[in-house]
Design a protein around this ligand. Structure first.
Ligand code: COI
Length: 333
């Protein structure tokens, strides 16, 4: 048995090695930034299993999946919650089973959202910018405290629910919205409200929805128009959930106070690359980079020791289960 790990970051390798040693199974790695596409698909030949990562996009055509099948690949295990880079329909048609790692660490992302929220609430990006300009005045940047604030969480799943608990324990009022029925364990933690009520009432709005195409541009012009001008906005879910151009306009028109953006539309052309000078290939992102009230991070909310270890180990466990004829609890279809 031989497994191929694609798009491997250096810091994942120690966990791959650990798993390989424990299970006495060969796992070969192809390091980042090489992605798996039509033009290098032969690389999977001779392997029984394939683990992959959400951030690199697989070729989106049926012949690619047909070839994977021809070369003996039965499954793809993505080392992520998100499965938006795999075409599930083509995978299914070609007998390729897909697994994700649904709960590697909801805390990792929730703690990032807390950090971003607090940085925005306390105006850290603007204070830092002033210091860089040798300006040591604090005027105009007075903050509010969490007990005065209402946090609105869109998507009350594992991550959203964890974040709700954190903010509740810190004394904030927490409201939430989800397309699924209210969770029993959120009783006393958050109050479910309509999206419209959430946009109007929340001082901090954080999005934690599933990265399916049905959530594309969930937040755009019409939604920002309903925000409080003093609202802080956080996106750690998927870039395409927010209309970036609309966000830029809303910030310019002061329809919200500030934003923290960990994921952005067309991010695969930005993250995991470096550019000369200041510009990225995404104009709206370049606009955000210039704004003093925007906090940007390169899709790193998940990036903790605990999360990375779980992502790697669980993807490999699921791969082995499937290639040995078993059924993984994380199978998507
Ligand atoms: C996910 O788990 O879906 C993420 O977004 C993190 C991934 C880029 C490793």
């Amino acid at each position: 048995t031989k497994i191929l790990a694609f798009h491997v970051r250096d810091d994942e390798q120690e966990f791959i090695d650990q798993w390989s040693k424990e299970h006495q199974i060969q796992v070969d790695s192809i390091p980042l930034p090489i992605e798996l596409h039509d033009n290098n698909i032969e690389k999977v030949k001779g392997y029984d299993g394939l683990i992959y990562k959400q951030r690199s996009v697989l070729s989106n055509n049926e012949s690619f999946y047909q070839k994977l099948h021809e070369y003996g690949i039965q499954q793809i295990a993505t080392r992520s919650v998100g499965i938006d880079t795999i075409n599930l329909e083509f995978a299914k048609k070609n007998h390729i089973r897909v697994t994700n790692v649904p709960s590697y660490s909801p805390e990792a992302v929730a703690e990032m959202a807390l950090t971003q929220a607090m940085q925005l609430v306390r105006h850290i990006p603007q204070l830092s910018a002033r210091l860089r300009d040798n300006n040591y005045f604090i005027e105009g940047l007075r903050s509010r405290e969490l007990t005065e604030l209402t946090v609105g969480i869109i998507g009350v799943g594992r991550i959203g629910g964890t974040l709700a608990r954190i903010f509740h324990l810190l004394g904030a009022t927490v409201i939430g919205n989800d397309i699924r029925p209210p969770r029993e364990d959120m009783r006393g933690v958050l109050t479910y409200v309509s999206k419209e009520e959430l946009y109007k009432r929340a001082d901090i709005i954080s999005i934690h929805v599933w990265g399916g195409a049905d959530n594309a541009h969930l937040i755009g012009k019409d939604q920002f128009a309903q925000f409080k001008p003093s609202a802080f906005f956080i996106n750690d879910s998927r870039g395409f959930v927010v209309d970036t151009d609309a966000l830029v306009t809303a910030l310019k028109e002061k329809q919200l106070a500030a934003a923290a953006i960990d994921v952005v539309e067309k991010e695969t052309s930005i993250f995991n690359h470096s550019f000369d000078g200041d510009e990225t290939p995404v104009p709206a992102y370049n606009e955000l980079k210039k704004m003093p009230n925007v906090l940007l991070t390169p899709h790193s909310a998940f990036f903790t020791d605990h999360a990375v270890k779980n992502m790697v180990m669980q993807a490999l466990d699921d791969t082995l289960t499937i290639i040995q004829g078993g059924v993984s609890p994380h199978e998507i279809q």
